[in-house]
Design a protein around this ligand. Structure first.
Ligand SMILES: Nc1ncnc2c1ncn2[C@@H]1O[C@H](COP(=O)(O)OP(=O)(O)O)[C@@H](O)[C@H]1O
Ligand SMILES: [Mg+2]
Length: 234
């Protein structure tokens, strides 16, 4: 579904990503973990067409995406829930959802998707007329996830959905991510929270200093002494 090959991203002279290759098959949940500044967000921003890579290629559904504009990628079924959520705080929950579905011409399908989101997060139905900015952090993250789903995506990318949330809420986010499989979605999950990622992902890439350092199943990574020492012993 997604093939990232030898991706290099520079900001001026600064090398943020060095030869990143990541592959995601349809139906998989793939995690990318690593410390702050590793280059994770840069990779997903390049995938979503928000950053122009210096070199390398990104293919989505067999098509090279680097010349496809952002709205074109959304129409193809690529959705990014950005780090920091990107909600409109002065708009209601439901208005935020509608913004997420603006690229859909089919009104019926849009309604159906709103209902799906409310099924996934019943609390959002209760709060649908409330300003998004007045919700708790966890609820705002639920809105952000829903906005991502409103584009009717095939591939949904979540950039650090657990950031700043309480452990119990992180648990809920994990449960929700696992449900994405039943919704026929393919997921790319960016996380600093290695435990959350290993709970939900089929495979994990570990990034640091702009490179993929390891790539394996969560079970194998957690038995790798080098991985434990460098990334899991915090
Ligand atoms: N727009 C930008 N301009 C310059 N440097 C940037 C920009 N965005 C990110 N960086 C730098 O690139 C590196 C990787 O950042 P980022 O991709 O956000 O990493 P992560 O998401 O893993 O924390 C960091 O050192 C960051 O400061
Ligand atoms: Mg980031």
């Amino acid at each position: 579904m997604l093939e990232v090959e030898d991706l290099v991203i520079r900001y001026g002279p600064f090398l943020a990503c060095d030869c990143i290759s990541i592959e995601i098959k349809a139906g998989e949940i793939v995690g990318v973990i690593g410390p702050n500044g590793a280059g994770k967000s840069s990779v997903v921003r390049a995938i979503a067409g928000l950053v122009r890579p210096t070199s390398g290629s990104v293919r989505f559904l067999g098509q090279s995406t680097l010349d496809v504009p952002v709205h074109g990628l959304i129409r193809m079924g690529l959705s990014l829930v950005p780090e920091g959520r990107g909600l409109f705080p002065q708009m209601s929950v439901e208005e935020n959802l509608m913004m997420g579905g603006y690229s859909l011409n089919n009104k019926l399908r849009r309604k159906e998707l709103v209902e799906n989101c409310y099924e996934l997060f019943p609390i959002l139905k209760e709060r649908r007329n409330q300003y998004a900015g007045t919700l708790s952090g966890g609820q705002q993250q639920m809105v952000a996830v829903s906005v991502g789903l409103m584009g009717d995506p095939k591939l949904c990318i979540f950039d650090e959905p657990s950031l700043g949330l309480a452990p119990i809420v992180i648990q809920q986010i994990g449960d929700t991510l696992k449900k994405m499989r039943d919704l026929n979605l393919t997921v790319l999950l960016i996380e600093q929270n290695a435990m959350l990622a290993s709970r939900v992902a089929d495979r994990i890439y570990i990034m640091s200093a702009g490179r993929v350092q390891f790539h394996d199943t969560p079970a194998s990574l957690m038995q790798n002494p080098e991985v434990i020492e460098k990334f899991l012993s915090a």
